[in-house]
Design a protein around this ligand. Structure first.
Ligand code: PEP
Length: 250
């Protein structure tokens, strides 16, 4: 049985002090999540990962990126051993902002996913089409490519460590969210691709929807049978909004 998961992607927001203020309320949010029988987590900046870990150790954390090499001449990058040293085991890979502004490709995502799985870590792999691709009705072709290249080397034994997020690029931070029917259709399609590759293990893999999820619409998405939760940007930043997201799941 797949559990529902709400994951906040904080992007380049919150200083360490602001992250600590949020984490001070983390236990309160975790209690609400427990009552709602869902899991929650946040992906702060690299600098705030250890702050949250110390302030609220039970809150699930993800890094927003990682390099595939374990060390070397990659100025400005962070490695897997560095994340492991501070107890981080989940990493967002291929967020559309990384693809758009930092030239991340399906192939670099593949290398990162392979490196994470070799280290027994959990990739939260983001896929999704641009507005132009949506308008040309090639969403499924785009997703097919992202899944087949990104997960090309993932073996069935590792597949249950994956989390996939379907995030239509045109809906991220725009307030133009995809309908719950579109979210279900594409999440179902992703699961069918995972079934082709991994058989029944696909039924264990969490697939999230992301794109302008708010307290007012979170319930609609999470009702969908193939949508196992949400990756949430703007609405995950304040404790109050995160509280409302949790309370509105059911
Ligand atoms: C995101 O950053 O992954 C995201 C979905 O952002 P927002 O919820 O703000 O659209």
């Amino acid at each position: 049985m797949r559990r529902k998961l709400l994951f906040g992607n904080w992007k380049m927001n919150k200083t360490r002090l602001e992250a600590a203020e949020f984490a001070n309320q983390g236990e309160y949010l975790l209690q609400l999540a427990k009552k709602a029988d869902i899991d929650i987590g946040v992906a702060p900046t690299f600098l705030s990962l250890d702050v949250i870990k110390h302030t609220c150790p039970a809150l699930r954390l993800a890094a927003q990126n990682v390099h595939y090499a374990s060390k070397g001449a990659f100025t400005g990058e962070i490695s897997i051993p560095m994340l492991q040293e501070i107890g981080i085991s989940t990493v967002i890979i291929g967020h559309s902002e990384r693809r758009q502004y930092f030239a991340e490709t399906n192939l670099t995502c593949q290398k990162k996913i392979d490196a994470l799985l070799e280290n027994n870590m959990c990739p939260l792999y983001c896929v999704g089409e641009t507005l132009d691709e949506f308008e040309h009705s090639i969403t499924k072709d785009v997703i097919h490519e992202q899944i087949s290249v990104g997960l090309a080397n993932v073996k069935p034994a590792d597949a249950n460590k994956l989390i996939i997020a379907y995030e239509p690029v045109w809906s991220i931070g725009t307030g133009k969210n995809a309908s719950k029917e579109i979210a279900q259709d594409i999440c179902h399609y992703i699961r069918s691709l995972l079934k082709d590759k991994y058989g029944d293990i696909a039924d264990e893999i969490q697939i999230l929807y992301g794109g302008s999820v708010k307290p007012e619409n979170v319930h609609d998405y999470l009702l969908m049978p193939d949508v196992d939760g949400a990756l949430i940007g703007g609405a995950s930043l304040s404790v109050d909004s995160f509280r409302q997201l949790i309370e509105n799941v059911h």
